[in-house]
Design a binder for this molecule. Structure first.
Ligand SMILES: [Zn+2]
Ligand SMILES: [Zn+2]
Length: 431
């Protein structure tokens, strides 16, 4: 135990349970506040006079006064308190900590209602002797619990509010939703179980976050640069204009049964819930498998050119740009507007509507960059079972609307959301 010898025992607060191994500062601070009969919001200005709690991410920027005050009144050394924050990953997951900018693999948590950067495992919380949040639950590439083998949650299953450790409801603890008061521990709250392959990827990424270099082909890459490259590729797979094609090809290569439209498309890649994210991570990791063969092969297949691949405002790691320059810079075959328009005329003469799918079939080539040249699929011509909300057919308008809103809150498209609801209902019946 790293208790500091108190100079004056009157300094010590009555509630001063020490931090649990791997706990975050925000979780420990909340526990200290609650054990002294205060809310975190009440205790914070006592520690840092004049400051307001919710403007800060305590796990990224722990105020010096807070650390000193907690140390003085709990007897835990300042050094130990300083280890409870995300600076532990400085030099591995990120290279600097600019005050107002976002970190790629550590989305904001608790500062606003749409910040889903705090994840939890309800089953681990249920098993805790002292309920506490783990530091690695803040990492965006962590979507699974390696102990209980389930998918983490980042929002309340009842109201969709983000998990916010500093906003515990009156009279509640860390296991309650700050927005509706619901308990994260009641019933089946996780988003399902995970495959061993996903757990393995996560274990590897955590070891890189711990400082291990990554071997890509013949070279070893520093963790910071690896995470930078991985984030760039993750964005391409998750939310770029090539995302649908990339996901289809990579799912085929990984042997993942991915239904079309089962992952929503967000421009802000931090918005993916853990279920979607663990699939996207598996697909992204497939892209760097057998480096750089898979990357080159997949990029060629979906028509992802060097220019589009490297088109970013940020510096990209040398190993990525080197491979792209070497393998994807030659003038490659690309369909022109004229080719696509000529193919459209052929289809029309045959009486077939030139939709993207039909054109792609005829030309035997993908062209996401020119997708707009194809005709959209008209709603009424979509056969039953293919339009976006077909799973809600035959349901009353009120229930349909409520289901659409609930799926949106959960960060899901309607298909996977309905499947989750049915799975929970069926599991409930088995018991
Ligand atoms: Zn767990
Ligand atoms: Zn809630």
């Amino acid at each position: 135990m790293a208790y500091r010898k108190a100079q004056d025992t009157f300094d010590l607060w009555p509630g001063r349970s020490p931090p649990c191994p791997g706990e975050t500062l925000s979780s420990w601070f909340t526990r200290i506040a609650l054990s002294n009969g205060l809310s975190p919001k009440e205790l914070f200005p006592i520690c840092v006079p004049g400051a307001r709690l919710y403007q800060l991410d305590l796990d990224r920027f722990p105020p010096r006064e807070l650390v000193e005050c907690l140390s003085k009144h709990t007897g835990v050394s300042e050094g130990k308190i300083r280890k409870l924050n995300l600076n532990q990953y400085l030099g591995t997951v990120f290279s600097d900590q600019p005050a107002k900018s976002r970190l790629p693999w550590i989305p904001p948590a608790g500062t606003a209602q749409k910040c889903f950067g705090q994840q939890i495992c309800p089953e681990c919380l249920r098993d805790d002797r002292r309920t506490h949040y783990r530091l690695h639950w803040r990492l965006y590439f962590v979507a699974d619990c390696h102990i209980r083998h389930n998918i983490l949650i980042d929002r309340c299953p009842y109201c969709g509010g983000p998990v916010s450790v500093l906003r515990v409801p009156d009279g509640g603890g860390l296991e309650f939703c700050a927005y509706c008061g619901g308990s994260y521990l009641g019933g089946e709250q996780t988003m399902g179980t995970v495959e061993e392959s996903s757990l393995l990827i996560q274990r590897n990424l955590l070891s890189v976050a711990g400082g291990n270099w990554v071997q890509l082909g013949e070279r070893h890459v520093h963790p910071v640069l690896f995470f930078k490259a991985l984030h760039h590729l993750f964005r391409l797979v998750a939310g770029s204009q090539f995302a649908t094609d990339l996901q289809e090809v990579l799912a085929g290569l990984s042997g993942i049964d991915l239904e079309r439209g089962s992952i929503p498309k967000f421009k802000e890649v931090e918005r993916y819930n853990p279920r979607c994210r663990q699939i996207l991570l598996q697909l992204t990791m497939k892209l760097i498998d057998r480096w750089p063969t898979t990357l080159v092969q997949v990029c060629k297949e979906v028509g992802l050119s060097r220019r589009r691949l490297l088109n970013t405002g940020h510096d990209l790691p040398f190993e990525l740009t080197r491979q792209v320059d070497e393998h994807l810079s030659f003038p490659k075959f690309e369909l022109t507007k004229d080719d696509i328009q000529a193919a459209s005329r052929v289809l029309e003469r045959r009486g077939t509507k030139p939709t993207y799918r039909e054109l792609q079939k005829l030309l035997n080539h993908r062209f996401p960059g020119h997708r707009k040249l194809s005709k959209p699929v008209a709603k009424r011509t979509v056969p039953c079972g293919f339009h976006r909300y077909w799973k809600l057919e035959g349901i009353s308008p009120q229930v349909r609307q409520a289901a659409k809103e609930a799926a949106k809150q959960a960060g899901e498209n309607i298909g996977p959301w309905i499947e989750g609801v049915l799975r929970r209902e069926l599991n409930g019946r088995k018991r």
